[in-house]
Design a protein around this ligand. Sequence first.
Ligand SMILES: Nc1nc2c(ncn2[C@@H]2O[C@H](COP(=O)(O)OP(=O)(O)OP(=O)(O)O)[C@@H](O)[C@H]2O)c(=O)[nH]1
Ligand SMILES: [Zn+2]
Ligand SMILES: [Zn+2]
Ligand SMILES: [Zn+2]
Length: 268
Amino acid sequence: MCDTCGCNLTPGNRHLAFKPVAKGATAVSVLKGLLQKNDDQAGHNREHFDRRGILAINLMSSPGSGKTALLEATLTALKDEFTCAVIEGDLETENDAERIRAKGVQAHQIVTGTACHLDAHLVHDALHHMNLDGVDILFIENVGNLVCPASFDLGQHLNVTLLSTTEGDDKPAKYPVMFRAADAMLITKTDLLAVLDDFEPAKAESHLRDLANPAPVMRLSARKDLGMDAWLAWLRNELAAQRARVALGQSRRPAIQPDGQTYHAATA
Ligand SMILES: Nc1nc2c(ncn2[C@@H]2O[C@H](COP(=O)(O)OP(=O)(O)OP(=O)(O)O)[C@@H](O)[C@H]2O)c(=O)[nH]1
Ligand SMILES: [Zn+2]
Ligand SMILES: [Zn+2]
Ligand SMILES: [Zn+2]
């Protein structure tokens, strides 16, 4: 268990870890218990969403790949069409939530302290601080980190992974856990391609395909309003799919990658 970086313990689940545990419990069994509790909580969160017909999307990427900038541009583009809400996750500061609120959209900031990912308990606490009535799409911006956010179910329906052109096109090969989890991959900051002579979007996509992930790949620049139409069309389509599932009493769980947890255990 990753005690040193605080990876598996967050302010949301700490109380569960320090409850008296059964005689004979080991670090591994306590960790398994925590992960099971996370999955149970995530299922409950999904019920909150499905009951209201909300589509919940988890945005993941390295720090600074443009998650908040993408949200700002998306919320502006959709403001007359859908009601959106945002949960922001960062180790410190309220900065990202303030950027979203400046767009006139409800945002709740989760400050994780030392934890390098969101978990289902943190998201549940946030949900109970929000008004979900009438919300069509809830975006959850995970902590900037290309490893462990892929391994914790939050109750979302879909994972969107961003890869910015400044990071190198080999990232899907180097961080397979994250890119296997993606239901869509967005290549962001394409306005910089002209000055970055070694990022090839086709190579980034081919590394994703090497992971046997058939997810759509979209290229866009939130800053310069390039390629946003395909992303917005994908969102509309996924919201319609969510509404169809809800009408049939069905739900969708994204491709959570438990091996990200193993990575942390092995390297701790
Ligand atoms: N050139 C360019 N810069 C961008 C684009 N999108 C974001 N940026 C810049 O990239 C930097 C980081 O953007 P953010 O949106 O804060 O990134 P983030 O992924 O939310 O960052 P964290 O929340 O810290 O992980 C900022 O300086 C943005 O202005 C883009 O499309 N083009
Ligand atoms: Zn960690
Ligand atoms: Zn951000
Ligand atoms: Zn609840």
